[in-house]
Every structure is written in C-alpha cells, then in structure tokens.
Design a protein around this ligand. Structure first.
Ligand code: ADE
Ligand code: ZN
Length: 324
C-alpha cells in the first residue's frame, strides 16, 4: 500500500505556501536578512510548535513568516515546496498565498507575487510540476483591506486563478466579504474560502459560503455533514471540498477521518491535502498515508480521492483533461 500511495499521481489543492516554511529555511532567510530568531536550533523551533487550536497555530504561523522579505525569499520558499511536491509525485498544485500577511508588515505585493510566480515558472520547466496561485484574504482584517488587496492584484490578474479566505474564523463569517467576493467574481476570479473544521457557527458559515457567496469550492468544510440539504446542494453543483486530515488532528480533537469517509461514500468530491505541512509535519503523501491507516482505504478509494482533486482543479478544460 505504501508503494501504491507513493506512486499515485497527486494533486494538491489546499496548501498555504507560508505554511511550507521549514525551520531550516527560516534560519537561512533570517541570516540572509540580518534578523535574529528567538531560537538557537531547528529542534528548538520545532519544540515551540505547541498549538492545539486554529488561533494558537496562527500565532506561530504569522510569527514564522516574518523572515520573508525579498523577492528571492518568496522564490526560495515556493521552489522548496515544489521540489518536495515533485518528489511525492504531485503533478499539479493550487497554492494559497496571504499577501496581507506581508503587505501589513511593509513587504510590497509585487515582491511577493513576482517571487512566487518565478518559482512556479521554473518548477514547471525544471521539475515538470504545474501550479497556479490562489490569493487569500485574511478574514480577521477589515473587508476594506481585502478590497484594496483585490484591486492591487488586478495588474497580476493573469497570474492568479482565484481568491480564498483564511485566518481566524471566529467572528469573521463569509458574508463579511460578500462585496469583495462579488467584485472578485466580476474580475473573473474563481472563488473558494475556508470553513474550518469545528469552528463556532461552522454550518452557518458553510451555508453562507455556498448560498450567499456562491463559492466554487470549500476549503475544509467537513461540518457540512450536519446539514443534509447543504450536502445535496454541493452534490448537485459538483462542488469539491479540500480536506486536510493531519491539520484537523492538530486544530481539533481528531483527523475527522470518519467524516471524510462519509463524504467520499456520498459521492462528494472530497480531496486530501496538506494545509501547512511544515507546521503539521506532513505533506500530501503523509496525509494520504494517515487517512489510509485510519480508514483502511482501498486502492480504488485512494485513486478516487486523487481523481476528485484533478476533476475540480481550476485549470482550463484542455489542461484539466490531460490529467484525467
Ligand atoms: N492560514 C494558514 N493555514 C490556515 C488554516 N488551516 N486555517 C485558516 N487559516 C490558515
Ligand atoms: Zn488552510
């Protein structure tokens, strides 16, 4: 089974590039930028990863990315991820980035996107991995800042497949960003957003995302099982869910494997992804292995999970078909 999972052509659709920042690269970037980290070794950094909720994780995640300053920093970050992805037989990835986590501390938008874009182009040429970018708004900032970020992205419209919404969900429902999402749709962006597992008002957030905003897919979203009407709606629309089992185990009490199995059995296009692999200690391969171990998934079911992912990519039809 290990060999089967390793050899499976993979598609990653829920991956925060800032969440791929490994401790070794943190040290290298800190050195390059003349910054002093409050840790003296890689082991010390890892020992400080003691989160048990979304908010405790986010604190460490934002602190960690302060070493990212220049265009080559963002290039190196993305290239390191894409090398690992290629080694795990990831053929295609849609990669989230959080521009406001950088512009809010003085790093210009164009520095971020140019570095990431250059890595994506080089990875395609050198590693054979195709990837696209999804720009996420930080939901714990004001909607006006998200709108300003959307407008700032427009000169780079062709480099960005769609928009997402992440960060701290508590008190920040999807409808807070209804105007921003309507404008993003007008500009031709595809739409997704996080409905994180077991958050307050989880099912109401999923309802708003699907019915009020009209997203094209949902990131996480396992709580949809609480409302059969919404499950039926997602099935009717053929929408996908990007689930992240190991991440679930860190920010809640479990991987939510049984829920993922139920979604798969219902025919929902559920997919398996790694979220923030440098922090949760598992890339997509390890997520598939962990889920298989928990559920005793068959080869056919594992193949279905990857087929689901390739089916819901935001690639133009002719490119999508080449993976199916
Ligand atoms: N930002 C990075 N990872 C995230 C996650 N799992 N949920 C919400 N926001 C995030
Ligand atoms: Zn996420």
């Amino acid at each position: 089974m290990r060999e089967f999972i390793a050899g499976l052509p993979k598609c990653e659709l829920h991956l925060h590039i800032e969440g791929t920042l490994e401790p070794e690269l943190k040290f290298e970037l800190a050195g390059r930028n003349g910054l002093k980290l409050p840790y003296s070794s890689v082991a010390e950094i890892r020992a400080a990863y003691t989160f048990d909720s979304l908010s405790s994780f986010l604190k460490i995640y934002y602190e960690g990315m302060r070493v990212l300053r220049t265009e080559p920093d963002f290039y190196d970050l993305a290239m390191a991820y894409l090398r690992r992805a290629a080694a795990q037989n990831v053929r295609y990835a849609e990669i989230f980035f959080d521009p406001q986590a950088h512009t809010s501390r003085g790093v210009p938008f164009d520095v971020v996107i140019r570095g990431l874009r250059r890595a994506l182009m080089d990875a395609q040429a050198q590693l054979g991995v195709r990837a696209q970018l999804i720009m996420c708004f930080l939901r714990d900032f004001q909607a006006e800042y998200a709108m300003a970020t959307l407008l700032e992205s427009l000169p780079y419209r062709e480099w960005i497949a769609g928009v997402g919404l992440d960060s701290d969900e508590r008190g920040n429902p999807p409808v807070k960003f209804a105007t921003v999402y309507a404008r993003a749709r007008q500009e031709g962006y595809l739409l997704t957003m996080h409905c994180d597992v077991d958050q307050d008002d989880a099912i109401e957030h999923i309802r708003q995302a699907v019915e009020d905003i009209g997203v094209d897919r949902i990131d996480h979203g396992v709580n949809i099982l609480e409302d059969q009407r919404l499950v039926d709606l997602v099935l009717a629309r053929g929408m996908g869910l990007t689930c992240c089992p190991i991440s679930n185990g860190y920010v809640t009490d479990s991987m939510k494997a049984e829920g993922i199995r139920k979604l798969l059995d219902l025919g929902v296009r559920v997919t398996i992804n790694s979220d923030d692999p440098a922090y949760f200690d598992g890339y997509v391969l390890e997520n598939l292995e962990a889920l298989q171990h928990a559920l005793q998934l068959t080869e056919a079911e594992l193949a279905q999970l990857e087929r689901n992912a390739f089916e819901i990519t935001w690639l133009p039809r002719h490119l999508k078909d080449a993976y199916l």
